[in-house]
Ligand binder design. Structure first.
Ligand code: TEU
Length: 521
C-alpha cells in the first residue's frame, strides 16, 4: 500500500504573484515564499500547493506556460525552487506543483513550431482544422477556434487564444509531458495539482465537449499514474470543472489507479446559473446536500475540500457575512469545511477571513477573464455600473490581492482588498480567525475521526443550521453550525452532550456560531 500522507494532511495554496515580494518590484516571488515558511509551519499545514511560476507571457497569470522546466524571472530561478523544496522538507512539509497539461502558451516552442506550416513535425501536437468542426465557445469569451493567418487553418483554445490546447491523442505529446513531470519528480517535488485535467480528452461531436470528459480521459489518467506517479508516495489532485460525483468517483476510486482526488465544482456553482455572471440566491439546504452527495459518492475514495482558490471569490464574502459577523462566519465556514471527510485546502488570506477586493473601477481589474467579460457585456449593452457590480461579486481578482502581512501597504501589481486584517494582528490573538485555523488543522492531526470518520448529514432541510456527524471506531463527532445572523437552538436532542473540541457547545448558537463535540458512541 502506497503511503497516503494526504489523508491526514491540510494543503495551503500560494498564488506566488501576491504572496510575498522579496525584491520590492511589486510582484511576489519564490524567495518571498521561502521567507514566509514560518507562517505555514505556525499554521501547521502539511503541504504547499504553489500556483505556476514557470516562464510565461503572463496572459493568464502563468497558466499559459512557455517553458515547463524553468522559472519566470519575475518569480526567481530554478535554484530558488530547489531551495524552497529543501526548506519545506527541512520543516516536514511537502511541495505540490501546479501543472497545466491541457494547453501551453502560444509562445511555447512546441506551438511556435506547430503553427509554422501545415507539415510542421509538431503540427499534430495541437488541433488544427480548415474550418471549426463545432461551435465550441472559449471559456474566456468568443469562439474556441482561432484562425491563424499564416496557414489559413483554425486551432483550438478552450481558454484564451494565447492558450492553445495540446492534442493528447498524439503519443509524442504524452511522452514529452511525462518526461517533464519525471524531471520535476527528480528535483524532489511531492505531488501535482493538475489544471483542468478532465479536459485533456475531447469529443468534437459533443456540443458540450469543450468541457472535456472525452472518451480517452481515463486511459490517459491511468497511463500517467502507471508511468509517472505510481510508487512515489505522491499526492495528485485533478482540477475537474463540471464533474458530476459519478465522474469524480471514476477518476479517484483507488482500485482504478487514476488520481488521488479531484476538485469538484458543484458547491461553487450553486450561487449562479450556467455562468458565474448570472447569480441566483444560494440555498443552504442545496449547499449541504451537495457536500453530502460528494461525501457519500466518494466514500470509497477521497474528497478535496475547498471554499477558496485563485479563481473563486473570497469565502467570507460569498458564503458568510463579511460585515458585522465576519470573524464568526469565517470561523464557521472553516469549521464546517475542515470537519468533512477529505483533504482541506486553505487559500492564502482565507486563514485571516480576508474579504473580496470588490474594486469599484474597471482600471483596478487585471484578470483577462474579467476584462474580456466586461468588454463583451458592455458591448452587448449592459450598463457599466451593473457590469462592475458583477465583477465586485464574481471576479477572480477578488482573491488575487496582496497578502496583508502587516499594515504597511506597499504598492503591488494589483491593489489591496479594502480590508484591515493582517497576519501580524492575528498571529498572537487566540480569538482570531488565524488561531481558529491553527486549531482546526491541529485537530485533524490529533483526532483520527476528523480525518477518517464516516459522514452523515443531519437536519437536511434546515435553512439555518448545518449539522452532521463523523463516526470512527468508538467515537462520534457532532458538528453544528449556524449559517444565519439570528440566534438558533438546533433541533437536535443530543446537542450539548460531549467534550467541546472547538467553538460553542450550545444549546443556543449565536449568529454564525458553530461547535464540534466529541463523545462516545
Ligand atoms: O481553471 C479552470 C476553470 O475552469 C476556470 O475557467 C474557472 O472555471 C474560472 O476561472 C472561474 O471563473 C484553471 C485555472 O485554475 C485558472 O486559473 C486558469 O485560468 C485556467 O485553468 C486555464 O489554465
Amino acid at each position: 500500500m502506497e503511503q497516503q500522507w494526504w489523508r491526514t494532511a491540510v494543503v495551503y495554496q500560494v498564488w506566488p504573484r501576491s504572496f510575498a515580494d522579496s525584491d520590492g518590484d511589486g510582484i511576489g516571488d519564490l524567495r518571498g515564499v521561502i521567507s514566509k515558511l514560518d507562517h505555514l509551519s505556525d499554521l501547521g499545514v502539511d503541504a504547499l500547493w504553489l500556483s505556476p511560476f514557470y516562464p510565461s507571457p503572463q496572459v493568464d497569470a502563468g497558466y499559459d506556460i512557455s517553458d515547463y522546466q524553468g522559472v519566470d524571472p519575475l518569480f526567481g530561478t530554478l535554484q530558488d525552487v530547489d531551495d524552497l523544496i529543501a526548506s519545506l522538507h527541512a520543516r516536514g512539509m511537502r511541495l505540490v506543483l501546479d501543472m497545466v497539461l491541457n494547453h501551453t502558451s502560444d509562445l511555447h516552442p512546441w506551438f511556435v513550431e506547430s503553427r509554422q506550416s501545415k507539415d510542421s513535425p509538431k503540427r499534430d501536437w495541437y488541433f488544427w482544422h480548415d474550418e471549426p468542426p463545432n461551435q465550441w465557445p472559449s471559456l474566456f469569451g468568443g469562439s474556441a477556434w482561432e484562425l491563424d493567418e499564416q496557414t489559413g487553418q483554425h486551432y483550438l483554445h478552450t481558454f484564451a487564444k494565447e492558450q492553445p490546447d495540446l492534442d493528447w491523442r498524439n503519443p509524442e505529446v504524452r511522452q514529452a509531458l511525462k518526461q517533464m513531470l519525471c524531471w520535476w519528480l527528480d528535483r524532489g517535488v511531492d505531488g501535482f495539482r493538475l489544471d483542468v485535467i478532465s479536459m485533456i480528452s475531447k469529443d468534437f461531436e459533443n456540443p458540450w465537449g469543450f468541457l472535456g470528459f472525452g472518451p480517452q480521459l481515463h486511459e490517459h489518467l491511468q497511463e500517467l499514474r502507471r508511468e509517472v506517479f505510481a510508487g512515489q508516495g505522491l499526492m495528485t489532485v485533478g482540477e475537474t470543472p463540471m464533474a458530476t460525483v459519478e465522474q469524480a468517483r471514476l477518476m479517484t476510486e483507488p482500485d482504478r489507479k487514476e488520481l488521488d482526488m479531484v476538485f469538484g465544482f458543484e458547491h461553487v456553482n450553486l450561487d449562479h446559473n450556467l455562468t458565474k455572471w448570472d447569480p441566483i440566491p444560494l440555498s443552504l439546504p442545496r449547499l449541504k446536500a451537495s457536500f453530502a452527495r460528494w461525501q457519500e459518492g466518494l466514500a470509497a475514495g477521497w474528497n478535496s475540500l475547498y471554499w477558496d482558490n485563485h479563481d473563486q471569490p473570497r469565502a467570507v464574502s460569498r458564503f458568510g457575512d463579511d460585515g458585522e459577523h465576519r470573524v464568526a462566519s469565517a470561523k464557521t465556514l472553516a469549521t464546517v469545511l475542515h470537519l468533512h471527510r477529505g483533504t482541506p485546502y486553505v487559500y492564502q488570506g482565507e486563514e485571516l477571513g480576508l474579504k473580496n477586493a470588490g474594486f469599484r473601477s474597471i482600471h483596478d481589474y487585471r484578470d483577462l477573464e474579467s476584462l474580456n467579460w466586461f468588454r463583451e457585456a458592455t458591448e452587448r449593452g449592459l450598463p457599466e455600473a451593473e457590469a462592475l457590480r458583477h465583477l465586485q461579486r464574481a471576479s477572480r481578482d477578488n482573491a488575487r490581492t496582496p497578502m496583508p502581512w502587516d499594515d504597511s501597504r506597499r504598492a503591488h501589481w494589483i491593489g489591496y482588498a479594502d480590508d484591515t486584517v493582517t497576519v501580524a494582528d492575528q498571529r498572537d490573538d487566540p480569538a482570531s480567525v488565524l488561531s481558529h485555523y491553527r486549531r482546526l488543522i491541529a485537530l485533524r492531526h490529533e483526532v483520527p475521526a476528523v480525518a477518517h470518520g464516516d459522514f452523515a448529514l443531519l437536519l437536511p432541510d434546515d435553512e439555518r443550521v448545518w449539522a452532521f456527524t463523523r463516526t470512527h471506531e468508538e467515537v462520534e463527532l457532532l458538528v453544528v453550525a449556524n449559517f444565519s445572523s439570528y440566534d438558533v437552538v438546533p433541533e437536535l436532542p443530543d446537542w450539548g452532550r460531549g467534550e467541546l473540541l472547538v467553538g460553542t457547545g450550545g444549546p443556543r448558537l449565536g449568529p454564525w456560531e458553530s461547535g464540534v463535540l466529541l463523545r462516545d458512541r
